[in-house]
Design a binder for this molecule. Structure first.
Ligand SMILES: Cc1cc2nc3c(=O)[nH]c(=O)nc-3n(C[C@H](O)[C@H](O)[C@H](O)COP(=O)(O)OP(=O)(O)OC[C@H]3O[C@@H](n4cnc5c(N)ncnc54)[C@H](O)[C@@H]3O)c2cc1C
Length: 337
């Protein structure tokens, strides 16, 4: 894909999250030449697992559910491959009441990244490559990375959060129709501040190891050790969207102290003396608040430009995965009943 001539069935995919990797596998299986570029150190995007000291933390997506047959097929493949497993059938809510509804909640076996790592096997995925612009040169796409890497392809599939995708295209002076740009600019996301805290006590979070608060100032607390992915007690604390927005740029210590106090109140324990180390993740784009109705968007022809990701169709891990499949369907001309 580096040479001047590009195959018509060649595609650069920006983003090695669930949508980008699933699309890449489908296209490669159909004989396409595919390269996936991601700015992250590892694959997975918001399916993110991080080590802090001896703890292992899922700090983006915590679990996923499966409602559709098509996604269910993918999930069965991951269960068979041993990269996903059922975590629970529900979590205690804000009042501490268990909320089991019969629907399995799945986790990655060694953290959520187990699944994207499995998907990336056998693909040409270049991590640590931040795309700074995508432009059209002689009727082809050219992706230009911060590192100086330049790749060409006939098709571009872009799966970064939409405001970041638009920045990449604007830097390359790519023209979009007014209607398409408006559809893309209408998409919005909430931020999420995620505190990771290594603590010296087991059992702070009740079984099955997560509390789904869905409120302000906290949205979620889990213990990754009870979840089964960390050797030592390791709390993930997600602030609610309003609190995250209001404190997004605040000092790390200020955010950490506040979130530990809120979580301690919720768990009935003074957390500050129990904490050995903390780390903060700032997700500017975490949950989609205003999606595009279709599972992908063909934004241009000749050369073709497609948008996909969790902002298209349904949200969450399931929506991102279905969007990856839908974008491959579009490019391969596959129709689905
Ligand atoms: C805190 C948090 C909690 C969540 N909890 C859940 C949950 O419990 N259940 C659930 O189902 N969903 C949850 N989600 C949502 C879920 O993680 C996402 O819907 C899904 O992972 C999105 O996948 P994606 O492929 O659309 O995007 P992403 O995973 O965001 O992938 C996009 C990729 O693009 C890359 N990228 C961006 N810009 C560039 C660039 N310039 N150059 C190269 N690469 C670039 C990024 O590094 C990223 O890897 C959560 C998300 C967050 C942040």
């Amino acid at each position: 894909m580096n040479s001047g001539r590009t195959d018509t069935n060649s595609c650069i995919i920006i983003g090695a999250g669930m949508s980008g990797l699933i699309a890449a596998r489908e296209l490669q299986a159909a004989g396409w030449e595919v390269t996936v570029l991601d700015k992250g150190r590892s694959v997975g995007g918001r399916m993110a697992t991080r080590r802090v000291g001896e703890g292992t933390f899922d700090h983006g997506a915590q679990f996923f559910t499966s409602r559709s047959d098509r996604f269910g097929q993918l999930v069965r493949g991951w269960l068979d491959a041993g990269v996903a497993e059922e975590w629970s059938r529900g979590f205690p809510d804000a009042s501490g009441e268990p909320r089991e509804d019969g629907h399995p909640r799945y986790r990655g076996t060694e953290g959520m990244t187990s699944i994207p790592k499995h998907l990336a096997r056998g693909l040409d995925v270049r991590t640590g490559e931040r795309v700074v612009q995508a432009r059209i040169r002689s009727g082809q796409w050219e992706a230009v990375c911060e590192s100086g890497l330049r790749l060409k392809s006939a098709t571009l599939l872009i799966t970064a959060p939409v405001p970041q995708s638009l920045d990449i295209l604007d830097a390359g002076e790519v023209e979009l129709s007014e209607g398409t740009r408006k559809q893309l600019e209408d998409i919005s996301y909430d931020p999420c501040l995620a505190l990771l805290a290594l603590v010296d006590r087991e059992g702070l979070v009740p079984e099955p190891g997560g509390i789904q608060i869905k409120d302000e100032p906290l949205d979620w607390i889990s213990d990754n050790s009870r979840k089964g992915i960390s050797r030592t007690p390791a709390l993930t604390i997600h602030a609610g969207p309003q609190w995250s927005r209001a404190h997004y740029d605040a000092d790390e210590k200020e955010i950490a102290d506040a979130l530990l106090a809120f979580a301690g109140e919720r768990l009935g324990a003074d957390l500050a003396p129990r904490v050995r180390e903390t780390s903060l993740a700032r997700w500017r784009y975490s949950w989609v608040t205003q999606p595009h109705p279709e599972p992908c968007l063909l934004a241009r022809e000749e050369p073709r430009l497609l948008f996909a990701g969790d902002a298209f169709g349904q949200p969450k891990v399931e929506g991102a995965s279905l969007s990856g499949l839908a974008s491959a369907d579009t490019l391969l001309g596959r129709t689905r009943s």
